[in-house]
Ligand binder design. Structure first.
Ligand code: C2E
Ligand code: CA
Ligand code: CA
Ligand code: CA
Length: 279
């Protein structure tokens, strides 16, 4: 589709040309980053609201470019997805997360469940099941240590084949959560067809929860529905106590956000939560 677009539109505006050069730059730099180990994973705690203990962490990729410094995933992940590079990068993320789970085995973090973001390109083009099995087996990781985060929009792209793929992961024993819930226009009736454990309320609904009645209503509705469907709920982007109180009052299970901690490199995570992990 990309090259067809290039042939049919003969004239780029200047801004488009700059934009596309920048993209190609980043594509090449992404390849280089893979080869020279410029990526790292940071981990952000998910806190249980009943016990106020850390029950899991989300692995988030970080890119430190030798000249440009830190480049945000919201900048480079979309380019990695369009260029197909997300497949090898995603494989690296899975392997690195499993390696880290193994390294935590002799620490207080041994029971943490680590969730990994899976891009739609990975589900639809890669033999993801094999990649996951392989990463788990070569680090002797049990399925209870791993969770996959899948965005809501991905579910709707090809419902039947996604249900089938997710069922295969469930059979392995992995947990599955729906990321950015509320933003993907999925039909609610499909929710029960997917073998999912957790909904993650998108941070755009959490941000103004304490001052915006509409956002509060959406969060309350998601929480009420999830309770009836027996789904766990994680609220993303929780930054202040008023948000926390509202979410707790409406039966939210877990929060993730700067209120408790930003994403951290492994050593800092251990220092922060070594004493506060659910035993
Ligand atoms: P996401 O999966 O929705 O991840 C949550 C994002 O919210 C993270 O941004 C996190 O740092 C940020 N965040 C957490 N708590 C707060 C808070 O209290 N306030 C605010 N304002 N932000 C908070 P990050 O790390 O920049 O990642 C952005 C997006 O990039 C992720 O959104 C995810 O879609 C994508 N991404 C990150 N790592 C990976 C990866 O390994 N693979 C794939 N496929 N995508 C990834
Ligand atoms: Ca996520
Ligand atoms: Ca999210
Ligand atoms: Ca997001």
């Amino acid at each position: 589709a990309k090259s067809a677009g290039r042939n049919t539109h003969k004239f780029y505006s200047d801004t488009m040309r700059i934009h596309s050069l920048h993209r190609l730059d980043i594509e090449n730099e992404l390849r280089e980053a893979m080869n020279t180990k410029q990526f790292q994973l940071y981990y952000q705690p998910k806190v249980d609201l009943k016990s106020w203990s850390v029950v899991g962490v989300e692995a988030l990729i970080r890119w430190k470019h030798p000249e440009r410094g830190w480049i945000s995933p919201s900048e480079f992940i979309p380019i990695a997805e369009e260029s197909g590079l997300i497949v090898p990068i995603g494989t690296w993320v899975l392997k690195e997360a499993c390696r880290q789970i193994k390294a935590w085995r002799n620490t207080a973090l041994r029971d943490l469940r680590v969730s990994v973001n899976i891009s739609s390109e990975q589900i639809y083009t890669d033999d993801l099941l094999l990649t996951v099995k392989d990463a788990m087996a070569s680090n002797t990781i049990g399925a209870e240590s791993l969770e996959l985060e899948i965005t809501e929009s991905l579910l709707m792209r090809d419902v039947d084949s996604t249900v089938q793929t997710l069922n295969e992961f469930k059979e392995l024993g992995l947990a599955i959560s729906i990321d950015d819930f509320g933003t993907g226009y999925s039909s609610l009736s499909y929710l029960t067809r997917f073998p999912i454990d957790t909904l993650k309320i998108d941070q755009s609904f959490v941000r103004d929860l304490h001052i915006d009645n509409d956002d509060a209503a959406i969060c309350a509705a998601i929480l009420a529905m999830a309770r009836k469907l027996n789904l766990n709920v994680v609220a993303e982007g929780v930054e202040i106590d008023e948000q926390l109180q509202f979410l707790r009052g409406h039966g939210c299970n877990q929060i993730q956000g700067y209120l408790f901690s930003k994403p951290l490199p492994p050593a800092e995570l251990l220092a922060l939560i070594g004493d506060n992990v659910r035993k």
